[in-house]
Design a binder for this molecule. Structure first.
Ligand SMILES: Cc1cn([C@H]2C[C@H](O)[C@@H](COP(=O)(O)OP(=O)(O)OP(=O)(O)O)O2)c(=O)[nH]c1=O
Length: 192
């Protein structure tokens, strides 16, 4: 029996995938995410997604399908998750009142075969102007910690996002639209 594995500890990714017509298991990857200086954000997101998928695929039996993703926020700098309060403040100060990109790398790997697809999706996001007081209140809400770019569009962060262009689910961490195409066309698995 071919299993479908989501190689992710992100509750958001699990929740998004649960909406669909597939049964899957969750096996978070233990890789240490390292951003290599000088690489493009798209390359970094895809390389990290691929590393996570391969880490788990190596522990699976032949034929299992492993899905992994990695989300980064990009505005000149590449922003991952904030390390501490000052880092979260710096990120939100950089993002407020401007447009940035959210890039999610997506990897789908069939364990112990050469069937593997790595892709990325990009969504443009416009954040409202924010006073320092508002940034402080948002950080203190506790929502920012495990989120790339120190905000969550699916949470209180919705109130500070003016508009987006592209796939909403890509911002939340799993580009469902792209995943559906890859699973359907390359692996014969239908989400709906
Ligand atoms: C911008 C944004 C990011 N995020 C989250 C999605 C990802 O969980 C997180 C980016 O971290 P990732 O390193 O992509 O993922 P993760 O460490 O949470 O989970 P795993 O590697 O096990 O799959 O930021 C939101 O939930 N909402 C948002 O609006």
């Amino acid at each position: 029996m071919q299993r479908i594995i989501l190689a992710s500890a992100s509750p958001r990714r699990g929740e998004i995938l649960q909406n669909f017509n597939i049964s899957f298991e969750i096996m978070p990857s233990g890789i240490v995410e390292k951003i290599h200086a000088g690489e493009e954000a798209e390359q970094i997101a895809m390389a990290l997604a691929f590393e996570k998928a391969m880490d788990i695929a190596n522990q699976c039996k032949e034929g299992d399908i492993v899905i992994a993703a990695d989300t980064v926020v990009v505005k000149g700098d590449i922003l991952g998750k904030p390390q501490n309060y000052d880092d979260a403040f710096r990120m939100l100060k950089l993002l407020e009142n401007d447009i940035h990109d959210v890039i999610t790398g997506l990897a789908v790997v069939q364990a112990h075969t050469f069937n593997r697809i790595v892709a990325y999706e990009k969504t443009k996001v416009k954040m409202k102007p924010l006073t320092d007081e508002k940034i402080n209140r948002y950080i203190e809400s506790g929502e920012v910690w495990d989120k790339a770019g120190a905000y969550a569009i699916q949470g209180k962060g919705a109130a500070i996002i003016e508009w987006i262009e592209g796939d909403y689910f890509n911002v939340v961490g799993l580009p469902v639209n792209k995943l559906e195409s890859i699973l359907s066309k390359k692996f014969g698995i239908e989400l709906i």
